[in-house]
Design a protein around this ligand. Sequence first.
Ligand code: PEP
Ligand code: MN
Length: 337
Amino acid sequence: MIIVLKRNASPESAERLLERIAAAGLQPLHMPGSERVVLGALGDERVLADLALDGDPDVESVKPILAPYKLVSRELHAHDTIVRIGGVAIGGAQLAVIAGPCAVETPDQLRASAEAARAAGATILRAGAYKPRTSPYGFSGHGPAGLAILREVGDALGMPVVTEVMDTADIDLVAEHADALQIGARNMHNFALLRAVGRAGRPVVLKRGLSARIEELLLAAEYLLASGNDQVVLCERGIRTFETATRNTLDLNAVPYIKQRTHLPVIVDPSHGTGLRELVAPMALAAIACGADGLMIEVHRDPAAALSDGAQSLYPDQFAALMQAVAPVAQAVGRSL
Ligand code: PEP
Ligand code: MN
């Protein structure tokens, strides 16, 4: 419920109402605005109705939050949330570009790939130390050793780093090494992981599940916010459809749909979204044109030798050309690089 207080309502009345909400076992939210104080109450709809807050003398109106996701919704929080990963802001006028190889392979491989990404204008480094692989025989990442390499390269190049965490048991170690935690597509529905990552005190990049509807992605984000973390970046990375020409079908509809309904930033990953190197640049441009707040792109110094996702990884010169091409598209939609 959204509870709008009367213009002359005092801070004490807001406090009193928040206490009533909490005493009923509901989650109280305080959202002071420039004109009015707005309160929120989250929880069981019947308990909310029994509180009859609309009869309170300090309350102007009470309206339900219609969306099933509440904290994520613009109904509750109208302004864009800016997420900060290291010193980089995501969700403002400036686009954020996260780039790097699929996985941390060796110190040299990561460093050369990261240097190329940074030289072309990427501001956040990505690379996985824990890799979710379809086959148990695929390269599944170097784990803790990979995290150490990632941190070292990030520090050496002055780039914040984002990396995937797959297991609640690894959260503390990953959070110690990374500036932001990625929840991968395969774990978007892992509710225990979502709750625990929500409490880890790091920004989160939440990827859309392979077969997740947009509403399910937003409800997964709700888990993170409900655990006390509003520093969440949503990532459209393609969904599985009947189409087999591409690895996934990049659902760019999701970008404006999500931006209209939520205050969280949305980035697009055309690498996993297409699976084909030649399609990454055109879909990256399309993503920026339709309002994405940034990109996540796989770049490898030598994609032919990559231990994972080589076919969709850009060569350094392709990534540099893409960054050049993004600039005028960004400008056309009122954004900058
Ligand atoms: C990745 O970013 O390398 C990755 C595994 O992504 P996704 O979870 O979207 O497949
Ligand atoms: Mn990958």
